[in-house]
Design a protein around this ligand. Structure first.
Ligand code: NAP
Ligand code: ZN
Length: 346
């Protein structure tokens, strides 16, 4: 089969569109004929390699897939050949205390499919094996590319805003990287929670996109003083919640922008993970710093309801053929994207 494979970590040139062995369905697994995949910044971390994280090589990235079941492994009762499904990102043991409690994100064997799994395995391939427990029926009204893009970003955003930060109606929420994959779902979900999304982005075109997603205010971080604008918008009070995945470069602005008693919820650190923290702000302003990672299958089902009810848009703005995964990753690295990028598998 054709797939996008890397056998060593490095820059874009390590990605090869090549022949790879076809997967077989192990016990509890199915093989999907992939129809589409969606891109996440995680793909770039996997390709570059992360300190103290060992990823099995050769590696096929792609955590968000949509396709048809073509093979069913032993012990799978809930799926049959021909079913059209999308994939939940978490591969877990499904039998430990955490898994049985529906908290598979705390399973000791938890691995993000297409990121930490392998050798091979992810969605940037004609065929891929996944745990049957990762599969969910494809939302009928979506294209294959849109269906694939309902997974990692949306799930992570739900956990960050609903479960972790517990955003309330009328809360003001500052959203960094608001025009990207995670950010564009965060803007929409904040608005759906009857809270007020204050989007931060970097260009007029991206600002218009954030407004389309439902942003009440849009700030341009390269030409505006974000903390000063937040003070202006909030009448000097500061925001209730900061939604962040940009990390180091924006950390002090995030802390400065929070109201007393406010919360930062963070799931990533694209610009670096070692910010300087002045701990006095933490106790004097009585702030909460919350980490969030992926999400449970139950959280995903809640988020998917909004998609199925057509209250939440799946903002796929560009679809690349499988052979051009490298170009999609280039666009992400160069920040030349709006919303979600997807891959079509012919
Ligand atoms: N732990 C988890 O569960 C989880 C889940 C999803 C994502 N993440 C992490 O979240 C991050 C974003 O992922 P993604 O898939 O949403 O990526 P993405 O679609 O490429 O979006 C990233 C956005 O970050 C903004 N950005 C980048 N550098 C910036 C800077 N120096 N200052 C301000 N904004 C900056 C860009 O927006 P502008 O150009 O508009 O500024 C860009 O749109 C990644 O680090 C990813 O690993 C983690
Ligand atoms: Zn488990």
């Amino acid at each position: 089969m054709k797939a996008v494979v890397f056998t060593e970590h490095g820059d874009l040139d390590v990605l090869k569109y090549t022949d790879a062995p076809e997967p077989a369905a192990g016990p509890g697994e199915v093989v999907l004929r992939m129809r589409a995949a969606a891109c996440n910044f995680n793909d770039i971390w996997a390709r570059k390699g992360l300190p103290r994280v060992s990823l099995p090589l050769p590696h096929i990235s792609g955590t968000d897939g949509a396709g048809e079941v073509v093979e069913v492994g032993a012990g799978v009762g809930n799926l049959k050949i021909g079913d059209e499904v999308i994939t939940y990102p978490v591969n877990a043991c499904r039998r430990c205390d955490a898994c049985l409690a529906g908290e598979e994100v705390f399973c000791k064997e938890m691995r993000i499919w297409g990121f930490q799994t392998g050798p091979l395995e992810g969605a940037y391939a004609e065929y891929a094996n996944v745990q049957a427990a990762q599969c969910h029926p494809r939302p009928a009204h979506l294209s294959w590319a849109e269906a694939a893009a309902t997974s990692t970003s949306l799930l992570s955003v739900w956990r960050m805003l609903v479960t972790r930060a517990k955003v309330q109606p009328a809360d003001q929420v500052l959203i960094w990287g608001a025009s990207g994959g995670t950010g564009s779902f965060a803007v929409q979900l904040t608005a759906l929670l009857n809270a007020i999304p204050i989007a931060v982005t970097s260009s007029e075109e991206k600002a218009r996109f954030c407004e389309e997603m439902g942003a009440a205010h849009v700030l341009l971080h390269d030409r505006q003083d974000v903390a000063a604008e937040v003070r202006r918008i909030t009448g000097g009070r500061g925001v209730d919640v900061v939604f962040d995945h940009v990390g180091q470069e924006v950390w002090s602005t995030s802390v400065e922008s929070l109201r007393w008693g406010g919360t930062i919820v963070i799931c990533g650190a694209t610009t670096g993970y070692k910010p300087t923290i002045d701990l006095r702000y933490l106790w004097n302003k009585q702030l909460s710093f919350l980490g969030s990672h992926i999400g449970t299958r139950r959280e995903w089902l809640h988020a998917l309801k909004l998609v199925e009810q057509k209250r939440l848009r799946v903002p796929v703005t560009r679809v690349y053929p499988l052979a051009e995964v490298k170009e999609a990753q280039r666009a992400m690295e160069e920040r030349k994207l709006l919303g979600k990028l997807a891959i079509e598998v012919a």
